[in-house]
Every structure is written in C-alpha cells, then in structure tokens.
Ligand binder design. Structure first.
Ligand SMILES: [Fe+2]
Length: 187
C-alpha cells in the first residue's frame, strides 16, 4: 500500500465522527506530523552547530524549543490514532511530506541560525493556524483545540527568536522586519 493511502487508512472505531471527517482530519494531522518532525530536527541542527558570542544562550534556547516540538510530535501522532487513523512519523515520510525547505548547512553565526529558524517558525505558524480553521470547519473541536495550543506556543517561540533580531534593527514602527520579509518570500 502506498504511503498516500496509508495516510487516510482507518481502523473501525466507535468514535462519533463520519469516516470522511476522520480521513480528512487524519490527513491534515499527518501533514503536521511530518512538518513538526522536520522542524524539530532542524531546530536540533541549529542547537548543535550554532557558534558565536551568544553560543550558550542560543544553544540552550534551541534545545528548549526542540523539546517542545517533540511533545507536539507525540500529541499530533496520537490524535491521528485516536481518530482511528495511521500515524505516519518516520524520518523518510517527514522528509517527503514536510512543508518546510531544508535547513541551510553553510551558516555558523547565531544571527543566521535565528533568521533561518524564524523563517521556518513563521511558515509552521501559518500552517498550524490554517489547520485550526480547517479542523474546526470539519467539526473536530478537539483537534482544533490541539492546534490552538500548538499555535500559541509557536507564536511565542517566533517572538523569542525574532526578539534577537528586532533590537539591532530598531524597526518597530512599520512592523515589517527583514526576517518577516524573508519568510514571506519563502512561501
Ligand atoms: Fe544537546
């Protein structure tokens, strides 16, 4: 069976959702699972390779963020299985299905890692916010609630990351930082 079919395969369940609803929500969640796994390993990549005068604080922050994402990986995967679906969470599936671009391997400085992660967190935040509305429209308030919890944390972490960039740029009046522009261009 192809991985595409596995993503919408369902076990019989007494849960009170229509099969088509469970399939649609499971597909959205599996896309999030792949992307969250990718973002977690990219954040670890930054944790391991960051250099410069702010090494220790960034090394520690990146690990804290990766730990949060690991928690969400588990919660998203287990929401798929709670709906009778099939969680698709291997590294190979994540690499294929993530919405994020690959992490840059040629950066060292803390600021460059903060920009790279900010770009990716902005994309992930948009994906999660869209998933709140999609799953709510499908009538699955519990999954929408899970996405809302993730969304709140991701917005906070994007703030933590961008705060490193905003002080030096001093560009608070138009609200359009260079990091935000980069994220918009990536979309
Ligand atoms: Fe570590």
């Amino acid at each position: 069976m192809s991985t595409q079919n596995l993503k919408t395969r369902l076990y019989p369940s007494r849960i009170d959702f229509a099969v088509c609803t469970r399939q649609e929500v499971a597909a959205i969640l599996n896309a999030t699972l792949a992307t969250t796994l990718d973002l977690k390993t990219q954040t670890k990549q930054a944790h391991w390779n960051v250099k410069g005068m702010h090494f220790y604080s960034l090394h520690t922050l990146f690990d804290e963020i990766a730990g949060e994402l690991e928690g969400y990986v588990d919660m998203v995967a287990e929401r798929v299985t709670a709906l009778g679906g099939f969680a698709m969470g291997t590294a190979r599936v994540a690499a294929t299905d993530s919405i994020l671009p690959e992490y840059p391997f040629d950066i060292l400085d803390g600021k460059d890692h903060v920009i790279a992660l900010s770009d990716r967190f902005a994309m992930y935040a948009q994906h999660v916010r869209e998933a709140i509305d999609k799953t709510d429209d499908l009538g699955d308030a519990d999954t929408a609630d899970l996405y809302t919890e993730i969304s709140r944390t991701v917005d906070m972490r994007l703030w933590f990351l961008e705060a490193h960039l905003q002080g030096s740029e001093g560009n608070a009046t138009n609200g359009n930082s260079s990091a935000t522009k980069t994220a918009a261009q990536v979309k």
